[in-house]
Design a protein around this ligand. Structure first.
Ligand SMILES: *Cc1c(COP(=O)(O)O)cnc(C)c1O
Length: 374
């Protein structure tokens, strides 16, 4: 993928903000509990390697990713911390994970049999670390019943020569909600499943960011800390009370590439959906939906010189147009996310506008957008 290193459009990542977020999370975690930073999807769009470097300085003890490739990328970059793949990996890849000291998540006994067979091919391989997922109500992956789990743990035990039982975990579906009834139900299911685990592994983990911020859980010793590493609230605007401040790390700016006056009655953009009802100044911004800036953003206001300027006409693949209050020079900064003067546009503002969550907005930003680290 070609990165726009020369055009004036960039995601500016504030490294100090990430450091402060991780540091605060570490300080609010008890001494027996390790903070693992979730770096999936290129560190929620912020750059996995860069975020990992900051997180380790701020006291993170390990990393979680979604897929094996993301774990390998971190190993290739030289990180030696424990890394856990949260999704299900094909059992034939067990040797590759083992060789790179990457822990894998399992959800079924069959998987262990297939992976053990793959591991047996090369007796010099280090053991593969396994984290057992428990489905307590997320309905995604994990053992569902004590009987299933017992069978899985027995198989793990049988193949002690190739596996290490390193962790056991669950994931909550509603930890970011004010209503904690479903959370409590899941927590009870978790305790019921854990009752069949005779020997606790090194890591027992249940908390994503929301759980770590708003719930009390016993017996766990690792946190999978994701969205608030990047300074965002996992609940969006639902729960505003936080144990510590979050510092949004991402700013999105671009320079006006072209400014012109259009006469009353002229239209702007594909489909000619916008027509000027008076003479107007129109600025063109070199960012489009191919950069992960959603086409549905038409009508949303970005900031120029501290003033809100609405996006007029449809967002194109590589450019969009805004209505300016007056003439501005080409190159003038357009703040798409961030502060300008007394005003601010947040990731949550974009998310609300298109009916999604902050997570999706930051993950969608394309590889073509340059990430600038400050
Ligand atoms: C993505 C993910 C997390 C991190 O979630 P946040 O809400 O960003 O903290 C934690 N655990 C699992 C299993 C995940 O898939």
């Amino acid at each position: 993928m070609t990165v726009g290193t020369l055009r004036n459009a960039q995601l500016v990542i504030n490294q100090q903000a990430i450091f402060n977020n991780v540091k605060n999370a570490v300080q609010h975690t008890d001494d027996q509990t390790d903070l693992f930073i979730v770096l999936k999807a290129n560190g929620y769009g912020h750059g996995a390697i860069q975020v990992a470097r900051i997180a380790e300085k701020a006291g993170a003890k390990g990393f979680c990713v979604a897929i094996l490739e993301e774990a390998l990328e971190l190993r290739e970059a030289g990180f030696n911390e424990p890394i856990l793949v949260l999704g299900i990996t094909d059992p034939t890849l067990a040797p590759l994970a083992a060789e790179n000291h990457i822990a894998l998540t399992i959800s079924a006994t069959d998987w262990l049999e297939e992976a053990a067979a793959a591991m047996a091919v090369d007796p010099r391989l280090p053991k593969l670390a396994i984290h057992v997922a428990l489905d307590t109500g997320m309905g995604r992956i994990g053992f569902q019943t004590p009987a299933e789990l017992t069978a899985g743990l027995e198989t793990l035990q049988t193949h002690q020569d190739v596996f290490i039982f390193e962790g056991i975990f669950t994931h909550f579906a509603t930890a970011d909600s004010k209503d904690d009834a479903y959370f409590k139900k899941q927590y009870a299911n978790f305790q019921e499943l854990m009752a069949v685990v005779a020997h606790k592994p090194r890591y027992v983990h249940v908390a994503n960011t929301a759980t770590s911020l708003w719930h009390h859980v016993c017996g766990a010793n690792m946190v999978r800390y994701g969205i608030s590493t990047y300074g965002l609230n996992p609940s969006g605007r639902e729960i505003t009370k936080l144990p510590y401040d979050l510092h949004p790390a991402l700013t999105f700016t671009a320079g006006l590439s072209y400014v012109k006056k259009i006469a009353k009655g002229k239209s702007v953009g594909y489909g000619a959906t916008y027509t000027a009802d008076e003479d107007q100044w129109i600025g063109t911004v070199p960012v489009g939906y191919a950069d992960g800036f959603p086409r549905k953003m038409q009508g949303f206001s970005v900031l120029v010189d501290g003033q809100p300027c609405p996006i007029v006409g449809r967002v194109c693949m590589d450019q969009f147009m805004i209505r300016l209050p007056k003439s501005y020079a080409a190159g003038t900064t357009v703040t798409i996310i961030g502060k300008s003067g007394d005003r601010q546009v947040t990731v949550d503002d974009l998310a609300d506008y298109i009916g999604t969550i902050n997570y999706e907005v930051i993950c969608e930003f394309g590889e073509r957008l340059r990430r600038k680290y400050v």
